[in-house]
Design a protein around this ligand. Structure first.
Ligand code: NAD
Ligand code: GLY
Length: 369
């Protein structure tokens, strides 16, 4: 594991699957960031057409000190490619290079690359080690941590996958410098999420430091990534496989996944759909008596200020609420066709519960108006 004395780390405690999340600027070129990983004849960097020209060479050089062969596979970029066909490109590369079951995979990119690489690692030769090297804010604060891996199905998001923990997460904060503004905002959606579900002090901090975050001030980004990872590590450490508590990390996601699937993957960014979904989930929470209108307004104002949409899209002109409900029933939290929502039970507290369709329809109608 990276030595916490060399650079800041957050520990995720999962017995023999425990690991550290290293968070600092310049880690791609730091020898210490890559030390003490599992030994192997080969490493495979999985990245995409956007990230490869920016960072693949530096990672290749760093890994060459540790692995006799460092191969790279470059995937097409986009949520629309998070599917079987693209996943197979990783297996093609592994088999084409004669990679054995000790090969270490490195996911260099955002959440799409991370989720697909993790799933490939979980299933290649029944499991090989992998390392997350997240380069988007969203991936650094959420998707690279906690071992959820998946691809999409046309009928539902992240429907095919596995829980499979990385050996390590290496967040080089410098990579956020090249992130497009829209992607930065999408990442802020997941940062904001941690406030209402778990930490109102963090919510206060985000509100006070939003301009610094949007301006990519290094100290602000470092704190946002670190505190987000601490909260996620605390939740996942108690409920790795989402038998209960971990579901709170899906605040806004039930509505958000419906938006993503309903509009077609990639039309809205995941973080945009989650931002808008959080406004819908907060409104549902208010109707269920968990929070007041002032808190819903506060959250909505922050989400909008982060550059995210707060007005929900119409998914079906004839029966919009019906379409949302149909899509949300496919959610992984659904039980026997009954949708479970993550709702707020007060600022900083979340729980999972069902809600009457009539109430959910009112929320959808109000949010799409
Ligand atoms: P993404 O992976 O599509 O990356 C966003 C865009 O930024 C892409 O075009 C990418 O090529 C580009 N990019 C990446 N790093 C860059 C950099 N440093 N500079 C310039 N461009 C860069 O999207 P994302 O927001 O990172 O991740 C979203 C995905 O993560 C979704 O598929 C979502 O389902 C998944 N997710 C998974 C979890 C989990 O726990 N596994 C949690 C949240 C989200
Ligand atoms: N992003 C939700 C989770 O990891 O559980």
């Amino acid at each position: 594991m990276p030595n916490p004395n060399e650079f800041p780390t957050v520990h995720i405690a999962l017995a023999d699957r425990s690991y550290n999340i290293a968070i600092a600027a310049g880690l791609l070129d730091s020898a210490a960031a890559w030390a003490q990983l599992p030994r192997a004849h080969a490493a495979l960097i999985v990245t995409n057409t956007t990230v490869a020209p920016l960072y693949a060479k530096r990672l290749q050089q760093a890994l060459a000190a540790h692995y006799p062969k460092v191969h790279t596979v470059v995937l097409p970029d986009g949520e629309g490619y998070k599917n079987w066909e693209t996943l197979n490109l990783i297996f093609d590369a592994l088999l084409g290079h004669g990679c054995d079951r000790h090969t270490v995979l490195f996911a260099l990119g955002g959440g799409v690359v991370g989720d697909m690489t993790g799933f490939a690692a979980a299933s290649y030769m029944r499991g090989v080690p992998f390392v997350q090297v997240p380069t988007t804010l969203l991936a650094q604060v959420d998707s690279s941590v906690g071992g959820k891996t998946a691809i999409n199905h046309p009928l539902g998001k992240n429907m095919i996958g596995a829980f499979y923990q990385p050996e390590r997460v290496v967040c080089d904060l410098e990579t956020l410098a090249t992130l497009p503004e829209r992607e930065l905002s999408a990442g802020l959606g997941e940062v904001i999420k941690y406030g209402p579900i778990a930490d109102t002090q963090f919510l206060d901090w985000i509100e006070s430091n939003l301009s610094a975050l949007l301006a990519r001030e290094p100290q602000a980004l470092a704190h946002a990534v670190r505190r987000s990872c601490e909260i996620k590590a605390w939740v996942v450490g108690q409920d790795e496989r989402e038998t209960g508590l971990r579901a709170i990390l899906n605040f806004g996601h039930t509505f958000g996944h419906a938006i993503e699937a309903g509009l077609g993957y990639g039309a809205w960014l995941h973080g945009e759909a989650v931002g808008c979904g959080m406004v819908m989930a907060a409104q549902l929470s208010q109707r269920l008596g968990g929070v007041d209108a002032a808190f819903v307004q506060r959250l909505s104002t922050l989400i909008a200020a982060a550059g995210l949409p707060v007005r929900s899209p119409v998914l079906d002109a004839a029966d919009n609420a019906g379409r949302y409900l149909e899509l949300m029933r496919i959610d992984k939290k659904s039980v026997g066709g009954e949708i479970r929502f993550v709702v707020l039970d007060g600022p900083g507290r979340a729980l999972v519960r069902a809600a009457p369709d009539t109430l959910v329809r009112k929320v959808i109608d109000a949010c799409c108006a």
